[in-house]
Design a protein around this ligand. Structure first.
Ligand SMILES: [Zn+2]
Ligand SMILES: [Zn+2]
Length: 349
């Protein structure tokens, strides 16, 4: 049911008599990225839903308790401005959470998508990859459930991977069939290469990469401040006992402990995580680079040409590297029987 909600709004069943596939880019996107509202938003694979639900609960449960119980007391007896600040923090945290989860983390489109839209040269230029003489071309396929879509005129990207590029940490991804720049990596969960890949976070159900790292770190800070404010108001509310006019002191103490202690423990965990990511942000490293002990190479002349792809600045946000997911595509279909016949002819059977 959830997957049906996320799927693009087009029937991917291919009629055997059709010679072209017509749909939107989201329908033919390779990898496990999912799309919402016909590709207006994107997120990671469906297997993360349990972790994602945990994080939503962690944010919404204490916040709901605050608005249901202590908010009225805080507004009337302490200061309305505290409630206003909590409302602002709550909205900011939810916005950052959604931005982090449902926007492009910096995916480098696979070769078939680059060829389909004729953006190979543009992306190589952005990455600082020098041009090479044109070699023979090949045919690429996009696999759909019951057929293959063909894209002609694709060059093998490995000819661009010179020794100089290898020494600068450029790598060839055999899955995406592209050269990815330094600091990019292939996410095994989403099955795409991502710019300045930090890690795949199942709790936000997305990769954390160069384009959403700013949202990610500000989300952590915002949610920590929100949690501290809520814990602070619960302690204030509970310490006034019967003055709150809500219930007996024993009931108030029990409720405050049931809500406050888990919130406090989660805050301690979040605080450790927040300190770690603040350290990484200030030292210009990704989580992956820190854990593998491989600091980024950012000072070579070659890389200076495409400085934004290795920039350690948190808010350096490169352009999105592929067209909008709602972009319509029309691609020739090759059915399995046709491919078998072509193969038989080529080997002279
Ligand atoms: Zn890849
Ligand atoms: Zn991922």
């Amino acid at each position: 049911m959830v997957d049906k909600f996320f799927r693009a709004d087009i029937d991917r069943t291919i009629n055997m008599n059709m010679d072209h596939f017509e749909g939107i880019l989201a329908d033919v996107w390779p990898g496990r990225t999912r799309f919402l509202f016909s590709g207006a938003f994107q997120c990671g694979p469906s297997r993360d839903w349990g972790y994602n639900l945990c994080l939503w609960t962690t944010i919404l449960a204490p916040t709901s308790f605050f608005f249901a119980v202590p908010a009225a007391y805080v507004w009337n007896e302490i200061s309305p401005s505290i409630v206003v600040v909590v409302v602002g923090l709550c909205l900011t945290t939810i916005f950052l959470f959604l931005a982090c989860s449902y926007t492009d983390p910096g995916i480098i489109p696979r070769k078939e998508i680059q060829v389909l839209f004729g953006i190979q040269d543009e992306i190589r230029t952005l990455f600082g990859i020098p041009p090479q003489p044109i070699q023979s071309k090949e045919r690429l396929f996009i696999r759909l459930p019951d057929c293959k879509l063909t894209i002609e005129d694709a060059q093998d990207d490995r000819i661009y991977l010179t020794d100089e590029l290898v020494s600068q940490d450029y790598k060839y991804c055999t899955t995406c069939q592209i050269i990815r720049p330094p600091r990019a990596s292939h996410c095994s969960d989403c099955d795409n290469c991502v710019l300045r890949f930090d890690h795949h976070c199942p709790f936000i159900n997305n990769c954390v990469g160069q384009r959403n790292y700013g949202f990610f770190i500000t989300f952590i800070i915002s949610s920590l401040v929100l949690g501290l404010m809520i814990l602070f108001t619960i302690v204030l509310w509970a310490s006034r006992g019967n003055d709150t006019g809500w219930a007996s002191e024993t009931v108030i103490t029990i409720v405050a402990c049931v809500v406050g202690i888990p919130t406090g423990l989660l805050l301690l965990t979040g605080l450790g995580f927040g300190i770690y990511h603040t350290y990484l942000a200030f030292s210009g490293q990704t989580t992956r680079e820190h854990l593998t002990g491989r600091p980024p190479q950012v000072n070579s002349p070659l890389i200076q040409a495409a400085q934004w792809i290795v920039s350690p600045r948190i808010f350096s946000r490169p352009p999105r590297l592929f067209p909008r997911m709602r972009t319509r595509v029309r691609i020739p279909i090759v059915h399995e029987a046709q491919l078998t016949a072509e193969l038989s002819n080529s080997i002279g059977v």
